[in-house]
Design a binder for this molecule. Structure first.
Ligand SMILES: Nc1ncnc2c1ncn2[C@@H]1O[C@H](COP(=O)(O)OP(=O)(O)OP(=O)(O)O)[C@@H](O)[C@H]1O
Length: 248
């Protein structure tokens, strides 16, 4: 292309700014330092997994993002705003939803009561109709008590609950844990649908097979640090690379 044509050519579109940008994040439980300078980013609409051995610091990373660990340094920018120094309720209001590993379903409340427990924090959250369309099993069980639900139904309820709040960035901690393969597949389909609706998702996951089915990129965590980042295609082409980190 000659110079005149170059001058007229449209500029390359800039890569989308990250939705979440974690930079040199360290975090402590009391005096015990668990994260040692974590850095990674997530682009809008992307599904990123955090994978690594037990105790690597994946859950702690999610808890640091949402402010449940207050002793943290570095930067965590969400849509350009630094979350370090903010309280959990302020972070939730920005549109970040956290679904913890223990699911935290209230056993004495019905499905519907559990669903409506967290307040709507931001506009754009799913309506009851949309939620029950996305989670038909929950509609059938809407009057059942939390204790009567299967593990898979509890997991679906825990995810559905944060979708009502208006969160656009979802942090999901091991949604496949302890569930039968057929239920894991259903959860995978739901996560794919949420991604198709434009949610940005960070998924902590030990189940590599599940992670491969839903993710765009994978961040490998070891001893509170990022030791590798790979696209889903790179993971599929070289499973040995990630298995060596996980020791499986
Ligand atoms: N409440 C706590 N107080 C003190 N140390 C903790 C606490 N929770 C976790 N840790 C420690 O922090 C480290 C990281 O734990 P974390 O739960 O983030 O790991 P993980 O990668 O999510 O692994 P897992 O899959 O086992 O949950 C571990 O050494 C763990 O023992």
């Amino acid at each position: 292309m000659n110079r005149a044509a170059q001058a007229l050519a449209p500029a390359e579109p800039e890569a989308a700014a990250p939705s979440l940008d974690v930079c040199d994040l360290s975090a402590w439980y009391a005096e015990s330092r668990v994260l040692h300078g974590m850095s990674f980013d997530v682009r809008p609409g992307e599904l990123l997994t955090l994978i690594g051995r037990n105790g690597a610091g994946k859950t702690t990373t999610l808890r640091s993002i949402v402010g449940l660990l207050q002793k943290r340094t570095g930067a965590i920018r969400f849509e350009g705003r630094d979350l370090i120094g903010m309280r959990p309720f302020e972070i939730a209001r920005l549109g970040i939803g956290y679904c913890p590993e223990e699911r935290a379903i209230f056993s004495s409340l019905s499905v519907k009561e559990n669903l409506f427990l967290p307040p709507v924090l931001k506009s754009g959250g799913m309506t009851e109709t949309e939620l029950f369309e996305t989670f038909p099993n929950l509609k059938a069980r809407s009057a059942s008590q939390g204790t009567k639900l299967s593990g898979g139904e509890q997991q679906m309820l825990a995810i559905a609950r944060i979708l009502r709040t208006g969160a656009r960035l979802l942090l999901l901690d091991e949604p496949s844990e302890g569930l039968a393969p057929v239920i894991v597949k259903e959860i995978g389909e739901i996560i794919k649908r949420l991604k198709a609706r434009g949610f940005t998702i960070i998924l902590v996951e030990q189940n590599l097979h599940f992670a491969r089915l839903v993710a765009d990129r994978h961040v490998v965590v070891e001893n509170g640090k990022v030791v590798d980042v790979m696209t889903n295609a790179e993971l599929a082409a070289d499973m040995g690379r990630v298995k060596s980190y996980l020791g499986v």
